[in-house]
Design a protein around this ligand. Sequence first.
Ligand code: NAD
Ligand code: IPM
Ligand code: MN
Length: 352
Amino acid sequence: MATRRVILLPGDGIGPEIAAPTVELLDAVAPAAFEFEEHLVGGASIDAHGTPLTDETLAACRAADAVLLGAVGGPRWDTTDPSRPRPEQGLLALRKGLGLFANLRPVRPVPALYDASPLRREVIEGTSLLVVRELTGGIYFGEKTRTEDMASDDCVYTRAEIERIARVAFRAARSKVTSVDKANVLETSRLWREVVLDLHAREFPEVELEHVLVDNAAMRLVAAPRDFDVIVTENMFGDILSDEAAMLTGSLGMLPSASLGNELPPNHPDSTPGVFEPVHGSAPDIAGRGIANPLAMFLSAALMLRHGFGLEDEAAAIESAVDRALADGLRTPDLGGDATTAQATRAVLQHL
Ligand code: NAD
Ligand code: IPM
Ligand code: MN
């Protein structure tokens, strides 16, 4: 197997605590297949270089085959002063800099954890959905203004941006695409709806399409999550709905993500490197205690193998080792147990 170059960005808080065991797991699933190069990002990079993402780190990511990221942020760098750097800006600059417009967040509660969720088992059972979140547009990246007494964040979407993310969603659908917007209020959502309808009629008439307003989607996600297959939505709605959806799996510490920039096959020379990272953040409330759940990061590594490298068997091996470890009773504190990160890692390695 050719060596793949992976940039490892552990980041802040629990990031380094879950990144190290993920490297161990990848080395176990495909010995000598990966060459890791570690860089600072987020708060750690602010401390060292005064900026959350240096040009060198971005260039290294561009030149690599994939990027594996822990999490960024923490109280140490929290500020409301717009002139001071924030760790999160590093993550946004990385996504934008690599052109990663498509963020895939699969939500597949495993039977072993049905009773670990605050929702009832009957509600969750059989849920398997995919949130396709637009990642480089919308209110996150529009112009920002700030005076002493006023602030604004522009929300902008172009037809091309909407069409390319909708295409990702239709291609991923098994039965249905649910396009989530706020077309009863927002102009960007009205364009969103038009473009999705257009694309559906032209290229994907065989896929069922429904439009749901975001407030209603938030309700339906916990009332009848089985009704969803693929949810496609704009940047901020996707951010919020995916944390909500994570609780169907029992914990935010279970949800992986893949951020992709094009639809070329993984081994194509022009394929842009993806960023693979858990949906959760740096969890400052538990950082430094060795009790973070590493499974979201393990599952993100599996997505890297699948979407980044086309290594389907190895990806499935990680996913099934995670499933079996959970079936065997593995529970970190976020899932109601007392396993440490190291014990969770050992349990998964044993089942690999
Ligand atoms: P968070 O996701 O870090 O934590 C929310 C809650 O979930 C906390 O109680 C935390 O302990 C728990 N949790 C999250 N991941 C866990 C894991 N793997 N194992 C066990 N418990 C876990 O969200 P927050 O507290 O709102 O944000 C903290 C910081 O992280 C902020 O600076 C935020 O901007 C940043 N953040 C970064 C990312 C990222 O790097 N992709 C994502 C979200 C938030
Ligand atoms: C996520 C995070 C980021 C986002 C933050 C840290 C910028 O919440 O990856 O979901 O809002 O996209
Ligand atoms: Mn988020």
